[in-house]
Design a protein around this ligand. Sequence first.
Ligand code: GLY
Length: 358
Amino acid sequence: MKNSISRRKFVNRTIGAGAGMLIVPAAAGLGMQSKNILSRPLIITSHANDTGKNAMEAGWEILIKGGSAVDAVEKAANIIELDPEDTSVGFGGLPNENGVVQLDASFMDGKTYSAGAVACLENIKTPASVARMVMQHTDHVLLVGTGALEFAKAWGFPEENLLTEKARKIWLRWKEEMSEDDDWGAPDHLKNIMKKESYWRDFPDIEHHYGTTNVLAIDSNGDIAGCTTTSGLSFKINGRVGDSPIIGAGLYVDNEVGAAGATGRGEDVIKSCASYYMVMRMKDGRTPQQACEDALQMIVERYKKVNPDFYPREKFVAISRYGELGCATMNGSRNPQMSVMTDKGYTRFDGTIAYKGK
Ligand code: GLY
């Protein structure tokens, strides 16, 4: 006991000594080795476009002033949610089969292991903020549908129309072309999805139909937080919930290890508990990059048994508590990049295309 206390005091003094080359030892029982702190504070998002950059700059403003990872993550997620041009998240997201935008989001605080989430939330532009309220003001983790909306309204979130003209026109075009290839039917991994994909080749300018965003941050205290927010699968069956609001699937955060988030086909991510798996891989000593690739490999290995041609389009991101980065995609048509903001400024981190598929 005496030894462990003096070790902790030593660590605290080391961390307080200055930025740049801080040493953090492995937490008791973890496979992670002692490493230099590469970057702290730090914020990343899976959105590698201009909105992602704006989101990172806004989150960074909070972190650099000593603000919390929770506040920085919420601010950054809100910027992406409020972009009407982004058809994958929040306001402007593509609707379900009935033309109704239903949003999913989760929030997790790696310091307290608190988590909150909402699913099938309608008429609220910033589901990430509602998920944070669930995390901080209830003893529950997940609120859905009308219950989530009632909760949001009780906390003063205004009800607004989320269906933009752009999203409405894309939805109408989908209805015109609706066929046996819509989302009623057998699971995608049991059928030939190439035919279905042809619809999306007509819309090269819009985000992939499973588009989502992850935001992960470490603040100057070393506390880690994360959020995943999405409008979910476009034209989904009314009431369908993806991986984004499922803690352990679309998001997992642990101060002692790091954080991970998922975008892509939520059904695969739920069945593989991918974000929890990535964090556990890092706990076993894998880097965030390796952890992202390990999770993709796990999914490929499983589907090989039933449909060797099926490569779903997941994209995984992860950070370790040391500030290491990871990003990997399943398919070559998805960009294996993420936006990163550190004291060295804004960069786009190049991950790997771990599995190209067909
Ligand atoms: N990953 C987002 C979704 O499947 O809903």
